[in-house]
Design a protein around this ligand. Structure first.
Ligand code: COA
Length: 176
């Protein structure tokens, strides 16, 4: 499933290929960022992520970027950094598949726990994260300063367990 050093598809979701992010994807990702987030990451910031200890995946349909997501590794924990699906391609399993692949990769490299922050009002993302096994554990007050909104902190603590992996693989198969 994992071809970490290759440009080949990690995974096929119907006609959609999920591949490692390349610099050439960044302008399209930035366009999606501007639509989907109040505080979009700049192209420069996205480019700098490519040099760090991260895995970013991009969903492509006939060369068009239709979704993306990334995970960073800090102190032995996986941190989901961003995730978005282009408007016309929502509810097709893209966000879920990318998240599952990021978590499965994290598990494969020996990471036991994963975490993320999500806006308390972001029901779509909260449902997705709960579906893949994240559990809410607390609130970071006013984490999103611009909108004065709290973040829900979510964790998975048994990422490397066989049960966890089975759940992730089943979800990936269901999304397809
Ligand atoms: C959150 C987001 C990435 C989901 O992407 P997606 O590709 O549409 O998600 P999927 O099709 O894989 O959905 C997987 C599951 O997530 C949940 N979900 C997704 N969108 C939802 C919505 N609008 N309302 C409720 N649940 C939703 C559902 O449980 C869904 O499973 P189902 O379709 O079988 O019911 C997308 O809505 C998005 O880009 N939002 C804006 C950016 C964002 O908020 N990112 C998260 C930052 S923390």
């Amino acid at each position: 499933m994992f071809l970490a050093d290759s440009n080949a598809a990690y995974y096929k979701l119907g006609e959609i290929s999920i591949v490692k992010m390349q610099e050439s994807h960044i302008p399209e990702i930035h366009k999606i960022e501007k639509v989907e987030f109040n505080d979009p990451w700049s192209e420069r910031l996205l480019r700098s992520e490519l040099k760090l200890d991260r895995l970013y995946l991009v969903a492509e349909l006939k060369g068009e970027v239709v979704g993306y997501g990334g995970v960073g590794f800090f102190a032995g924990e996986a941190h989901i950094l961003n995730l978005a699906t282009k408007s016309e391609f929502k509810r097709m399993g893209i966000g879920l598949s990318i998240t599952v692949l990021l978590l499965a990769y994290s598990s494969k490299i020996g990471i036991e726990s994963a975490t993320l922050e999500v806006r308390v009002s972001n029901d779509a993302a909260k449902h997705l994260y709960e579906k893949v096994g994240f559990v809410p554990v607390g609130i970071r007050p006013n984490y999103y300063v611009k909108e004065n909104e709290d973040a829900l902190i979510m964790w998975i603590h048994d990422l490397s367990s066989e049960a966890s992996m089975k759940t992730l693989i089943n979800l990936l198969e269901e999304a397809n």
